[in-house]
Design a protein around this ligand. Structure first.
Ligand code: PEP
Length: 250
């Protein structure tokens, strides 16, 4: 399974940041063994999609409705028309702002219906972790949001992102990551049968050039979702090179 490395720029980047994307795109072309995606803010989606050749561009969220009176929101079809190939859904920052499991599920259906692939984020909070509820929280989020339709597994990626690790400079121990990825894989196989074995499971949360090699050394980790370290070609490029050189790229 080819490693997937996705950068989530969040609410960062004016048009000058397209130069970073161009450099990342060039590097992605030099590292064919890895698959690269970038999720810029909506304002940069269209110009970035028109410019890149070797990476796919995606959205960071979408509304579950196809259109209507939803001021400030973006539909899945609008993302697709702007050049997005995928959308990140269920990110903990969106969950913290009100996205519950039912809404995440509705967004997943809307995105698939618009022809997008989905990166579905799941992850436990620090409180759930301390209470020994990490696995049940993650499995519960999956059970609530996994789509049913034919072919949906083929357009799905899961990102395990412990909420307490995001932007915090700390990551779980290797055996914790492995145990959670195993639990996620079991849920996927229970839900989709054999097709569930082909869904990529990424790790996200404070990934950097200095820890990525150890993270992807685990065969259960099929790539990474990167926030802060994806903002420049220098830091994201170091992550791409590290994975490409780690023997985890084909
Ligand atoms: C994220 O928010 O998806 C993320 C992984 O952020 P960071 O890499 O900055 O922890």
């Amino acid at each position: 399974m080819r490693s997937l490395i996705v950068g989530n720029w969040k609410m960062n980047g004016l048009s000058g940041a397209l130069a970073e994307a161009a450099s990342i795109d060039t590097l992605a072309g030099e590292l064919p063994g890895v698959e690269v995606g970038l999720a810029p803010p909506f304002t940069l989606l269209s110009p970035m999609a028109a410019m890149v050749h070797h990476l796919s561009v995606g959205g960071q969220d979408c509304h579950e409705a196809s259109h209507g009176a939803h001021t400030g929101r973006i539909s899945a079809a609008m993302l697709a028309e702007s050049g997005a190939r995928f959308v990140i859904l269920g990110h903990s920052e969106c969950r913290a702002e009100g996205d519950d499991d039912a809404r995440v599920r509705a967004k997943v259906d809307a995105a698939l219906g618009a022809g997008l692939s989905v990166i579905l984020c799941v992850g436990e909070t620090a409180r759930q972790r301390e209470a020994g509820e990490a696995k049940s929280a993650v499995v519960g989020q999956l059970a609530a949001a996994l789509p049913q339709g034919e072919g949906s597994a083929e357009r799905l990626t899961i990102a395990y992102e412990p909420v307490w690790a995001i932007g915090a400079g700390q990551t779980p121990a290797q055996d914790e990551v492995e145990a959670m990825h195993r639990a996620i894989r079991s849920s996927l196989v229970a839900h989709y049968g054999e097709a569930g074995r082909l869904v990529r499971i990424l790790y996200g949360g404070s990934v950097s050039a200095s820890n990525v090699e150890a993270l992807v050394a685990n065969a259960m980790v099929n790539g990474v979702l990167v926030g802060g370290a994806s903002l420049t070609a220098e830091s994201f490029g170091a992550i791409l090179r590290s994975i490409a050189g780690s023997g985890r790229a084909d």
